[in-house]
Write a protein that binds this ligand. Sequence first.
Ligand code: ADP
Ligand code: MG
Length: 701
Amino acid sequence: MNVSEIFGQNVFNDAVMRERLPKKVYEAVRRTIDEGAEMTRDTADVVAHAMMEWAVERGATHYTHWFQPLNGITAEKHDAFISSPRADGKMILEFSGKELIKGEPDASSFPTGGLRATFEARGYTVWDSTSPAFLQESANGMTLCIPTAFCSFTGDALDAKTPLLRSMEVINEQSLRILRLFGNTTSKKVTPSVGAEQEYFIVDRKKYNERKDLIYTGRTLFGAMPPKGQEMDDHYFGSIPARVGAFMKKVDEELWKMGVTSKTEHNEAAPAQHELAPIYEPCNIAVDHNQLIMETMKRVASDQGLVCLLHEKPFAGVNGSGKHNNWSLTTDDGINLLNPGKTPHANIQFLLVLSCIIKAVDEHADLMRFSAANVGNEHRLGANEAPPAIVSIFLGQQLTDVVSQMVSSGVATSSIQGEKLKTGSHSLSVFTKDATDRNRTSPFAFTGNKFEFRMVGSSDSVATINTVLNTIVAEAFEEAAEEIENAENKNLAIHNVIKKNLTEHQRIIFNGNGYSQEWVEEAEKRGLLNIRSTVDAIPVLLSDKSRALFKKYRVYTDAEMESRAEIMYETYAKTINIEARTMIDMASKHIIPAVMGYIADVASGMGHVLNVIEDADVSVQKEIVLECSDLLSDTKHFLAKLQAAVAEASAKPEGEEAARAFHDLVVPVMAELRRPVDELEMLVDKEAWPMPSYGDLMFDV
Ligand code: ADP
Ligand code: MG
């Protein structure tokens, strides 16, 4: 496989456009992509035709508008490139500019959170020319996928992408104001750069098929811990099992063809857990590519007799999966606003940018927590191996030192420098260490020239967190710019803003162990929020503060915020409902009968022994029978309790009330039912247990 030959071969990228479009049309398209200029219908017709010819040459028969509705996954509706046959019976292929720019899916079947009544089903998909079209190969052939945004008849955003694109315009505008303060007149555009690292688990499909919980909910609802877990720390960066290696190779190949820069693949901390990291790109493309990564991993796994689990917590008690969203701001002429340089204390522009980000995160920590809220992530955040639910910032030694100089005296005069790495061996090369170590326990860590947000769940889109980051930082930039632009002495004003931002928002900086109980207590003293559950994170979007922010920058309207909250409540209630019903099904149809069978076997075995030897010692058998019977009766008891809880929660009105009821009434009983079942798994003969164990799933891929 020659990477440079296959890379991007299925992308209608700049090179292809340059080659296939007339010069004038190509230039017009570039103006649309680079400057947001409107595209004429004639231009669109030419582009569409070229796109179709290119796609058909590569074997495509269909095209689809590819979009991200509010159910968290991507949607597509395939149309063939055919028109009505000519009189002579010949078929002419057709794809017009109109079809490229606009689609009209029957939108009433996607979640809208009340944004559009079903009788007003009209919804539009609109071409996002900044994210290149690509060909996707699947069982139903080769399809031309056109990335689009998805809006209602009234222009309300029905997807994750439209608000993201709006937020990119906002951060662009305000970042340019900051750059101009420092005399930069040449940069024309500032774009958030994003690299989203993706964690996932791989399990064998045959074993997966024997677990109803995995099939229906994507995670295990029962399961005793295997004798060996991750305590030996031998899995992280360990060698990759052959089947998984073959899977990764195919995933890379498929992604490269679609122009996704899959770069790093390694084992993660838990057994059967892995990670894929692409190279960072403009944030809307990174969001699209992350969706493609997830889809491709699922498809390739399935082709190879495997299953890719993207759930945040497929196995209780084992590391969960997240997504690390690396974020920075880059100008069109290649300047990274988050690059501190070697001497950050002297880089005033960087310090202003940093101080604004610190302020933004402190003021809107709740929104950042919100952006990581989903049902699965609730099991992960704060579960000792993922960032806690408390948002804080890690700056590292060097920047923390600069910040404290600024806070105490208004100026910073030095930056701590990295020392030479001493290995104690002359044969190893010597290099200068980074000035700052890493901290893997922080939810928002500065890592050299970018911030890494580690809270997002592995199955979630990174659209929301980037929409939030772009908007909150834009707000802080605007407030700084207003103050400085109007000041007589600009230099002084810049220093004052930096000092003020840092002084007022220092509490959000935390460099210690984010997994520790002390931090939970310390954070509370500092007045930082610790929002544990999804149902408590959802209302954040509807607070006066959030509404004012998003409305001011036209990122979300009131109706759009309300609809998103509504959908999240509904999804929460539905998910827990499905999980609880799956538990009920598994316990009553599989686990209880299996245990009864096992008890009967042991008891009849005991009878046989006694038949042969009248006063044989059968105390062990008796003990097992008694223990199993006790646990069985607990199981039966909590099963009935769970059934009652589900009935009660289901009777609540849809929306917040139902979601809260599922959280408060059903989730705790699910844990109660799980306990005796997991204990039974440790007692009952493995042959009699009705499904593969954690050990079977994690250590035998
Ligand atoms: P790790 O965090 O695992 O040590 P890296 O630091 O190499 O790994 O990169 C993690 C991710 O961050 C990659 O997707 C990488 O492309 C991305 N990244 C690197 N630099 C930037 C940047 N300036 N802005 C945004 N993302 C970046
Ligand atoms: Mg990382």
